[in-house]
Design a protein around this ligand. Structure first.
Ligand code: NAD
Length: 285
């Protein structure tokens, strides 16, 4: 039976360091502050916002919320981002994406309006270039794949020379997860909806990262004995509960390590977000 990689253990360790860093900044007169930009009332955005706010309070950093109506125009949003850019009291910005449908065509322009120094969740091209080049000086990686790496790091799982397979190629999870694993010297394969022999490719993975968005997609026969399984998926099941992309019972029979859902990657993601805000605040001094 696999050992569970518990988000709480990782966040407890991270939080302790963050509280110390935030306090040191406060002594210098800087209160790390996260600005949250939300357009509309998407339930999953609201749920993430609640978690991030709670985590920020625990660490002792401020949160300022900027909420625009669902039908806000591109100009409204750009004006808000300009105001936030000019506000020295806000160090990091989380803007929920995808934006409502009528803003989708302009999402790239809107994301890139943010000052890259405040881009704590990798929505500007410069931050993405940083992930691509493996240069943390250019920007922060997206919080979810960074959380996967935090988990591996906390549990002392060395990626060097391992076969890592990432299922999913989204810009926000799959692709950056692959690049972060590559930066840790894993040999990386990215699988997606057009991949052939998916089961065989996954079954050869020493580290398997599932970011598909389909409940129970990864079955036991896709897991190599002794593998590390990181489940990024968050799916609301027919039972009303949250489920991962991995069939936990089957995968846990074969893997050496596995993250549960809930209680795995999602738990660490908000702590990573707060850590990026603290880091951005430290750089601003
Ligand atoms: P997405 O829909 O943008 O991407 C899904 C990816 O899965 C695509 O690249 C697609 O090619 C691939 N895919 C779909 N069907 C496939 C198939 N049959 N075979 C192989 N690949 C297939 O989703 P996303 O934004 O990358 O999110 C992925 C999952 O992670 C979702 O469940 C989402 O809720 C979750 N998520 C979790 C966190 C967190 O903090 N834990 C954060 C963001 C997203």
């Amino acid at each position: 039976m696999a050992k569970q990689l518990l988000g709480k253990e990782v966040t407890d360790a991270l939080n302790a360091k963050l509280i110390e860093r935030a306090n040191a900044l406060k002594e210098k007169g800087v209160v790390p502050t996260l600005g949250i930009v939300r357009v509309g009332e998407n339930p999953s955005d609201l749920s993430y916002e609640k978690g991030a706010t709670k985590r920020a309070e625990l660490i002792g950093i401020n949160v300022q919320k900027f909420v625009l109506p669902e039908d806000a125009s591109k100009e409204d949003l750009l004006k808000l981002i300009d105001e936030i850019n000019a506000n020295d009291a806000i160090h990091g910005v989380l803007m929920f994406r995808p934006l409502p449908k009528h803003l989708k065509a302009d999402q790239n322009e809107i994301c890139n309006r943010l000052d890259p120094k405040k881009d704590v969740d990798c929505m500007t091209d410069l931050s993405n270039a940083g992930v691509f080049e493996g240069r943390s000086d250019l920007g922060f990686a997206p919080c979810t794949p960074a959380a996967c790496m935090e988990i591996l790091d906390y549990y002392g799982i060395d990626c060097k020379g391992k076969n890592a397979v990432v299922i999913g190629r989204s810009n926000i999870v799959g692709k950056p997860a692959a690049l972060l694993l590559l930066a840790k010297n894993a040999t990386v394969t990215i699988c997606h909806s057009r991949t052939k022999n998916l089961k065989e490719v996954c079954a050869a993975a020493d580290i398997l990262v599932a970011a598909v968005g389909r409940e129970g997609f990864v079955t036991g026969d896709m897991v190599k004995p002794g593998a590390v399984v990181i489940d990024v998926g968050i799916n609301r099941g027919a039972d009303g509960k949250l489920h991962g992309d991995v069939n936990f019972a089957e995968a846990a029979e074969k893997a050496a390590y596995i993250t549960p859902v809930p209680g795995g990657v999602g738990t660490v993601t908000t702590s990573v977000l707060v850590s990026h805000v603290v880091e951005a605040a430290a750089k601003s001094v």
